[in-house]
Design a protein around this ligand. Structure first.
Ligand code: BES
Ligand code: MN
Ligand code: ZN
Length: 536
C-alpha cells in the first residue's frame, strides 16, 4: 500500500528517492521547477529539448539533481497547457509518475500545486493520489515473475491542511475499492463461480458497516426470480443473488438509492453460443456487479448520508442439456413474461429481476451498471459508457457524477419508436429486438419494463469495463469503471421527485384482448420530452 502525506517543508530538503515536479507545455516549469533548474546546473531547457520532452500530458523524464537536493533525481511530469490543468490531468500525471517511478520507494512532489484554475488544493491532491495508486495497479496473481510497485511513500507539498489530508484518505478508500473490482474482473471465470464471487463480496464487505444477504437458488425461487434462475440453469455452478444494505448514521438521511450490477461471471452466450473470439474476454461480464459491490465498501468510511442498497445477481451463462433454449419463456420477478429468443442477451434477464426487487424494496432512485451490449461498444467505443434512463433530472445527476469522477459517459435515447421491436408473439416481451440495429437502445428499453415509475438510469459499460492497454489511470484488463462515478453519485445524491403513477395495466393478468401486446407506455409527449432531455 502506498501512503500519502502532505508536507509544508521545503521539498529540496525532504528525504526521498525522487523529487517529482510538473512542467507545462513548451517546457514551462511548474511549482518546484526552479529547484530542478538550479540543481541541474543550467541548460535544463536545452537538455529537455534534446531529450524530446516538451511537457505534454503524461510525458515524463528523469533529470539528475547532482547532490544539490535531498532527492538524488527528479522526475519531470508533463501537464500540457497551464490553463487546462484539471482533475483528469492530475490523475493522468499521477499514473504516469507511478509507472515511471515504480522502482523508487519514496517520492516528494509539487505536482498537486500546479492546478490553479478553480481546482481546490484538496481536489488536486485527491485526483493526483488516485492517479498514483490506480496507475500502480498490477494483477500478478497468476504470474511466476513480475513485480508489484516498490513505491511506499508519497509526500505532497501542500499548505491545504486537514482538507488535503481528508482528500488523500478519500482517494485511498476509493482506489482500494477500484482495485478490488479490477481484481475480481481480472480473476479467471474458473476461479470465480457465483458462489465464490458472492463469498469474495462478503469478505470485502465484512467490517465495512453494511449488511450482506446472499440468496441461493431455493431462496430465489421463493422470490420468483425467473430471470436469474433461467440464465443460471445451464451451468453446474448455481447462481447467487447478493444484496447489500448500507444505513447511514445520524438523522439527516434522505432517500434510498439502489445500485444494480450485472454479475455474469462468464458469458459463453449459452445455446446461442458466441464465437471463440467473442468469448475471450467474457470473464469481464461481471464488471457491473464488481463496481457496485466495491462501492458499498466505501460508504461507511466516506460517511455517506443516504441509504444505499446494492443488488448483484450472479450467474454463469453456459450451454448444456439443462440450459434455457431459444424460444423458452421466463417469468420474471415482477410477473412479466419474456420470450428468450437469444440466450446471449442474458444480462437484461438477470437485471430485470434485480430492478424489480429494487422497485418493491422502495427505492427512490436506481442506477444499473452492465456490460450489456456489443452495440454500445460500436456506438461509443471502448472508453465511453452509454447512459440511458427514464428521468432526465436523475440521468443528469449520473452524468455529472461521471464527469466529476473522470469516467466518461454519453447519453443515448430510449425511443418510443423502438418499443415495438420487443413485442413477442407468445409473451409480454422478447429479449432481443426484431431488428439487429440499435442494440444498446433496445436493451435499455427492455430494462425499462422492470423499473415501473422509479427514476432510473442505466450505464452500459461494455466498452470501458476493460482496457486494451495501460492508459492514464487505467491499466490493461479490468478497469473498475463505475466505482468512482457511483461514489460521486451517492455522495451528492439528491432524491429526484417521484414520478406520477401510471394507470395500472397489470402484467400479471392481462385482459384477454391486449394479451398479445406489451403494456403500453405513458403518453407520447411525456416520453418524447424525457427522451430528448437525455440527449443533451
Ligand atoms: N456480455 C455481452 C455484451 C458484451 C459484448 C460486453 C462485448 C462486452 C463486449 C452481452 O451479454 C451480449 O452478449 N450481448 C449481445 C446482445 C445481442 C444477443 C442482442 C451482443 O451485444 O451481441
Ligand atoms: Mn451475452
Ligand atoms: Zn453478457
Amino acid at each position: 500500500m502506498i501512503s500519502f502525506s502532505a508536507t509544508t517543508q521545503d521539498v529540496a530538503k525532504v528525504r526521498a528517492d525522487l523529487l517529482a515536479v510538473p512542467f507545462f507545455a513548451d517546457r514551462v516549469p511548474g511549482p518546484g521547477g526552479d529547484i530542478v533548474e538550479k540543481a541541474f546546473g543550467g541548460g535544463l531547457k536545452t537538455f529537455l529539448e534534446g531529450a524530446g520532452f516538451s511537457g505534454k500530458p503524461g510525458e515524463t523524464i528523469v533529470v539528475p539533481l547532482n547532490g544539490k537536493t535531498a532527492a538524488k533525481n527528479a522526475v519531470l511530469i508533463g501537464l500540457g497547457a497551464r490553463d487546462e490543468v484539471d482533475a483528469a490531468t492530475l490523475r493522468r500525471a499521477g499514473a504516469a509518475l507511478a509507472r515511471r517511478a515504480a522502482k523508487a520507494s519514496s517520492i516528494v512532489t509539487t505536482v498537486a500545486g500546479a492546478a490553479d484554475n478553480g481546482l481546490t488544493a484538496e481536489a488536486a491532491a485527491g485526483a493526483f493520489a488516485e492517479g498514483v495508486i490506480l496507475g500502480s495497479y498490477k494483477f500478478l496473481e497468476y504470474k511466476s515473475e513480475g513485480e508489484q510497485t516498490k513505491l511506499r511513500k508519497v509526500s505532497l507539498a501542500s499548505t491545504g491542511g486537514a482538507k488535503v489530508q481528508a482528500a488523500l484518505k478519500r482517494a485511498q478508500v476509493i482506489t482500494e475499492a477500484v482495485a478490488w473490482a479490477r481484481d475480481m474482473v481480472n480473476e479467471p471465470a474458473g476461479a470465480k463461480s457465483p458462489t465464490e464471487f458472492a463469498a469474495a463480496a462478503r469478505r470485502l464487505l465484512t467490517g465495512k458497516g453494511v449488511r450482506v444477504t446472499i440468496l441461493n437458488e431455493a431462496q430465489m425461487r421463493t422470490q420468483k426470480m425467473g430471470g436469474v434462475l433461467g440464465v443460471g440453469q445451464g451451468s453446474v455452478r448455481p447462481p447467487r443473488f447478493v444484496k447489500v444494505v448500507y444505513e447511514p448514521t445520524g438523522k439527516k438521511a434522505r432517500g434510498t438509492l439502489a445500485l444494480v450490477g450485472k454479475g455474469v461471471i462468464f458469458d459463453s452466450g449459452g445455446l446461442s453460443i458466441k464465437p471463440a473470439q467473442g468469448m475471450e474476454t467474457m470473464k469481464t461480464d461481471m464488471s457491473g456487479a464488481a463496481a457496485v459491490l466495491a462501492t458499498m465498501a466505501t460508504l461507511r468510511a466516506l460517511g455517506v448520508k443516504h441509504r444505499v442498497v446494492a443488488y448483484a445477481p450472479m450467474v454463469e451463462n453456459m450451454p448444456s442439456g439443462n440450459a434455457i433454449r431459444p424460444g423458452d419463456v421466463l417469468k420474471m420477478r415482477n410477473g412479466k413474461t419474456v420470450e428468450v429468443l437469444n440466450t446471449d442477451a442474458e444480462g437484461r434477464l438477470i437485471l430485470a429481476d434485480a430492478l424489480a426487487l429494487a422497485v418493491t424494496d422502495g427505492s427512490d432512485a436506481m442506477v444499473d451498471l452492465a456490460t450489456l451490449t456489443g452495440a454500445c461498444v460500436v456506438a461509443l467505443g471502448e472508453k465511453v459508457a452509454g447512459l440511458m434512463g427514464n428521468d432526465s433530472g436523475w440521468v443528469d445527476q449520473v452524468r455529472s457524477a461521471s464527469d466529476r469522477a473522470g469516467e466518461p459517459t454519453w447519453p443515448l435515447p430510449l425511443p418510443d419508436e423502438y418499443r415495438k421491436l420487443l413485442e413477442s408473439e407468445v409473451a409480454d416481451l422478447r429479449n432481443i429486438g426484431t431488428s439487429g440495429m440499435g442494440g444498446a437502445l433496445t436493451a435499455g428499453i427492455f430494462l425499462e419494463a422492470f423499473v415501473d415509475e422509479v427514476p432510473w438510469a442505466h450505464l452500459d459499460i461494455a466498452g470501458p469495463a476493460r482496457a486494451g492497454s495501460d492508459d492514464g489511470e487505467l491499466t490493461k484488463g479490468g478497469t473498475g469503471f463505475g466505482v468512482r462515478t457511483l461514489v460521486e453519485l451517492v455522495e451528492h445524491f439528491d432524491p429526484p421527485a417521484p414520478k406520477p403513477k401510471k394507470p395500472k395495466k397489470s402484467a400479471r393478468k392481462p385482459p384477454k384482448k391486449s394479451a398479445r401486446k406489451p403494456p403500453k407506455k405513458s403518453t407520447k409527449s411525456t416520453r418524447t420530452s424525457r427522451t430528448s432531455s437525455t440527449t443533451a
